[in-house]
Design a protein around this ligand. Structure first.
Ligand code: IVH
Length: 673
């Protein structure tokens, strides 16, 4: 069918709109419409193009994925070599870099641009008349590989430039990378499909870009930031690096938020400290910062030495991956009996902190990585993720190492270990001292019964001396018993008793959470309490009633039933109530009572100390609040943990309320827990 002019106009309008929303999303980081609306525009454009194939153009936003996989990559010779950067590891080397520059330029004063050094892969993008013609990897700096078909699938990279004034031939350079969240999602997906896992976001980005089939690349969460220009013909560019990058932004390229124009090298050193402090809170890995002379005339005068520019330097951060030796693999027994292998490591500095342990998650993980005692391993610590063993350096494996085996009996209580595909569990239940201790710690913890001063040491002594068997026994402890314990004076014994007494006035969600039913976290406990209103109703609920509760699926429903049908647990609950634990029952079916934070939107940023961001999110959502990823005028409050970054700045700019972690805890606590 031939398209009439109305159809033509509609297709043009859709392409323009879609490109505009891609720009809002990837460049301005300020989407104007919800994803679903964007999807509708794409669907409409796709339908029209299917109906009128004559209207398809290669740079239409629907044409990001090419039709056929390649059989090999072809080589691209860079018209201007892609250089690397010299490194500085301390302030002194940076100051010397600045001194050399000022001496060569015979000037006292040099302006710098400071940027984050993104840990990804360098890419060259060639545009002719504003259309993306070719994308190439850096390769050895002189010759790279043609990865156009893959790069076209990255939404953050424009196929057509926006605005005007760009040179007719323009080569834009920058970094393709994967966010930490994208990397975690990709690896989880790979694991599910039993496919190869990537060691870190950088490797994942590299692996994704070197796919012969662009359909695979299209499914990978790749991003891009531009940081400079190579070839520029038939047109003029601004005279400073900073201004060039601002122009690139106007033409549709994402620019990192960390980039600053600074008056001298001292400001650069201060910048280094600021970025290092917020490194863990960033969405992606960075391995340092880069300082570049801003004035392009001065850059040309300085030139290059052995493939490195004299006008730029990378100031490196402490590495996020290091080598160390596995001295032992211990087994930890958790509250629910799950056995977790933990690698004990020779102490090593990773990303600025000393690492001595790394979780190995479970048996299949240890076997997949084949970690053995005596091995040299790569340890990684990035973002707020706990340290991980990435892989073993097999070439350095000593002779006579033994394959890891999960014990058949619990290392603490010797009960039989029951193994499933992913978890091995001690069958000892409360016989197992480890499970008992963890259960007590959980029971006394801040979000559960909140028994102040009831720490690990005290719990261990009470259990080891056999003075308490179940958590109910805590409320029957005699003052003399406490005073008889190590490092327990009369005064502290009285404090403990007072804390126990105080904890008796509690709430139903806290009590349900404290019982430690498998997979019943704070949010589920709250949902159960809100739904049923009283402990009796929760205890008597059958499967059908349980799965009606928001947040409760078949697995959790079964755990809840198993727990409450166990007579030992029923007895403990009765003893607790007899000891004087009380809470107000909850009136069910009143909407306001269920969702006290309904209508409020929160943004979480930075690292929280007492819970993960995910836990905080779940708890806020359980109270009816929305949790959003970006700050806008509609945000009720921003919750800023440690090392909060740009979201905090934006909140302050917009005059939005900011809560710190204690503010969050208070907010959650004041609503029903
Ligand atoms: S400028 C001649 N800026 O670091 C200057 N590079 O070691 C060329 N990189 O190959 C690079 N972030 O892959 C520059 N803001 C940034 C960067 C950056 C990451 C990478 C890039 C380059 C390598 C140099």
């Amino acid at each position: 069918m031939k398209a009439n002019s109305k159809i033509l106009q509609r297709v043009d309008m859709l392409r323009e709109k879609i490109n505009y929303h891609i720009y809002r999303y990837h460049v301005l980081d300020d989407p104007e419409i919800p994803d679903a609306e964007y999807d509708r525009l794409m669907i409409e454009l796709r339908q029209l193009e299917q109906q009128y194939p004559d209207l398809v153009i290669s740079n239409s936003p629907t044409q990001r994925i090419g039709a056929t996989p390649l059989s090999a990559f072809s080589q691209v010779r860079h018209e201007q070599p892609m250089l690397s950067l010299g490194n500085a590891f301390d302030d002194e080397e940076v100051v010397n870099f600045d001194r050399r520059i000022r001496e060569r330029l015979h000037t006292d004063h040099v302006e710098y641009v400071a940027e984050a050094k993104i840990d990804g892969l360098a890419i060259s993008l060639l545009y002719e008349n504003g259309e993306l013609m070719r994308a190439a990897t850096r390769g050895d700096g002189m010759t790279g590989e043609d990865v156009t078909h893959n790069v076209r699938t990255i939404d953050a990279i424009p196929l057509t430039l926006r605005g005007s004034g760009y040179p007719k031939r323009l080569e834009v350079r920058g970094e393709v990378f994967m966010s930490r969240a994208g990397f975690a999602r990709l690896n989880a997906h790979q694991q599910k499909k039993d496919e190869k896992l990537f060691a870190n976001p950088r490797n994942a980005a590299a692996g994704s870009l070197r796919q012969l089939d662009p359909k695979i690349t299209a499914q990978r969460p790749l991003s891009f930031y531009c940081y400079g220009v190579g070839v520029a013909e038939q047109g003029v560019l601004p005279k400073g690096h900073y201004q060039v990058v601002q122009a690139l932004r106007d033409w549709g390229f994402p620019v990192q938020k960390e980039m600053r124009l600074l008056k001298d090298i001292h400001a650069c050193l201060a910048f280094y400290k600021q970025v290092l402090a917020k490194r863990d809170a960033l969405a992606h890995d960075i391995d340092g910062v880069v300082y570049k002379v801003n004035n392009l005339e001065q850059q040309r005068a300085l030139g290059y030495i052995s493939r490195e520019p004299r006008w730029a330097i990378a100031h490196k951060f402490p590495a996020q991956e290091e080598l160390t030796k596995v001295s032992a693999i211990d087994i930890q027994v958790g509250r629910t009996g799950a056995l977790t292998p933990v690698a004990r490591l020779e102490p090593v500095q990773v990303g600025g902190v000393t690492v001595t342990n790394a979780t190995l998650h479970n048996e299949s993980e240890v076997l997949r990585k084949d970690v053995r005692v005596g091995d040299i391993v790569i340890v990684r610590r990035a973002g707020d993720v706990i340290p991980e063993v990435v892989s073993v350096v097999l070439s350095q494996r000593p002779q006579k190492t033994a394959l890891f085996v999960m014990p058949d009996c619990c290392p603490v209580c010797n009960s039989k270990v029951i193994k499933s595909e992913t978890v091995s569990r001690c069958s000892g239940g409360l016989i197992c001292l480890a499970q008992r201790k963890e259960g007590f710690k959980h029971f006394a913890s801040r979000q559960a019964m909140d028994i102040e001063g009831f720490g690990e040491k005290l719990i261990e002594q009470l259990i080891d001396n056999d003075q308490v068997k179940t958590v109910a026994d805590l409320y029957y402890i005699k003052r003399e018993v406490l005073i008889g314990l190590d490092r327990m004076a009369e005064k502290s014994a009285d404090n403990v008793l007072a804390a126990l007494e105080k904890s008796k006035q509690t709430t139903l969600p806290r009590f349900l959470f404290a019982l430690g039913v498998r997979e019943v976290g704070v949010a589920t406990a709250r949902a159960l309490a809100n739904h049923f209103g009283s402990i009796d109703k929760v205890m008597n609920a059958d499967f059908d009633a349980l799965i009606k509760v928001p947040d409760v699926g078949p697995i959790v429903a079964n755990h809840v039933m198993d727990f409450f049908s166990d007579e030992r647990n029923q007895k403990i609950i009765q003893q607790l109530i007899d000891a004087g634990l009380t809470w107000p029952d909850i009136e069910v079916n009143t909407d306001s009572g269920h969702f006290p934070l309904a209508g409020n939107t929160y943004v979480l940023t930075g690292t929280l100390m007492t819970m993960t961001r995910d836990e905080a999110k779940q708890q806020l959502q359980a109270l009816g609040a929305k949790v959003s990823g970006s700050v806008s005028a509609k945000t009720t409050a921003v919750i800023a943990g440690d090392k909060a970054g740009s979201k905090l700045t934006k909140a302050e700019k917009l005059g939005i309320e900011v809560l710190d972690e204690s503010g969050l805890v208070e907010l959650l606590g004041s609503h029903s827990l």
